[in-house]
Design a protein around this ligand. Structure first.
Ligand code: HEM
Length: 266
């Protein structure tokens, strides 16, 4: 059931917004695309969460230089993805999932790069896409050209992921890299147009389920979503290598860093 229209998200939310699935008949079933995606990418999600880079990140073991490179990489990824989502905004599979005002990340990432690297960031030598970034970007453009419906998998994996884990990551970065509490440098993690992340995710799932895609196409979208997880994992592996190659940075936040086994400063 559609309870709200595009553009009503934010302060004008009707109360029904958080209760989209209150009626048990509206709970997603295993045949729904939202459930197929959630179940069908469970193993990939576990694998992504357990990469050394992600585990280090959650422990606060992140260097400023690497965070800059992460921001550059995802800037290229979102530029490509949002360019294709704009281009195909009228495609029947993508139109119900088109939420530029609420979800668009490219502008936030540009602001973060200006803060982290300076206003001349576009000329900065570190802003060229890395190898894993290029692979990811090429995949986005390739399916944009040949099979835009599969872009559903890209939007799902990134946007629902960002809405799920972003707040924790934002706090880690602010604390460890001593970024200002105003949010400068980490605008990527904030969705000012979305008042309830959980509510928005429910709306997004209901839109996924309302698209008129046959079972075979849904299965191919799940397959593509697993591919997207892997493209992200390849990015994390690249960051981990860069991180290992960098000299130790001063522990800027002045807090002990844990490796999970004990206090490394002892
Ligand atoms: C959902 C945690 C990394 C993509 C979730 C949820 C949690 C979570 C708790 C469930 C939220 C809910 O159902 O309301 C984490 C943690 C991570 C991590 C702790 C490690 C830092 C990732 C990565 C990606 C990702 C790297 C992809 C690049 C997703 C997606 C969902 C999700 C797509 C939505 C699943 C669905 O409801 O269909 N995550 N996540 N996550 N995460 Fe992650």
């Amino acid at each position: 059931t559609e309870v709200i229209e595009n553009g009503l998200i934010g302060s004008d939310l009707p109360p029904a917004y958080d209760d989209l699935y209150e009626d048990p008949e509206e709970l997603p079933t295993p045949e729904d695309l939202s459930e197929m995606l959630k179940e069908g990418t469970k193993d990939s999600h576990t694998k992504a969460e357990n990469t050394p880079f992600v585990k280090d990140f959650l422990r606060g073991n992140i260097k400023r230089k690497v965070f800059e490179l992460v921001t550059v990489a995802i800037y290229h990824v979102y530029s490509a993805m949002e360019e294709e989502l704009d281009k195909h905004q009228d495609h029947p599979a993508l139109a119900p999932l088109y939420f530029p005002a609420e979800l668009r990340r490219k502008n936030a990432l540009e602001q973060d790069l200006a803060f982290l690297l300076g206003s001349e960031w576009r000329q900065h030598s570190d802003t060229a896409p890395s190898q894993a970034t290029q692979c990811y970007v090429e995949r986005i453009h390739a399916i944009g050209r040949t099979e835009p419906a599969l872009l559903v998998a890209h939007a799902y994996t990134r946007y629902l992921g960002d809405l799920s884990g972003g707040q924790v990551l934002k706090k880690v970065v602010q604390r460890v890299l001593k970024l200002p509490a105003s949010g400068e440098g980490v605008e990527f993690f904030s969705f000012p147009q979305i008042s309830s992340h959980a509510g928005f995710k429910q709306l997004y799932r209901s839109r996924l389920n309302a698209t008129d895609l046959d079972k075979e196409m849904c299965e191919r979208i799940v397959e593509e979503a697993n591919r997207v997880f892997n493209l992200n994992i390849e990015l994390f592996e690249e960051f981990e290598e860069i991180m290992k190659a960098l000299p130790a940075e001063e522990n800027v936040a002045g807090v002990p860093l844990h490796d999970g086994k004990g206090d490394v400063s002892k």
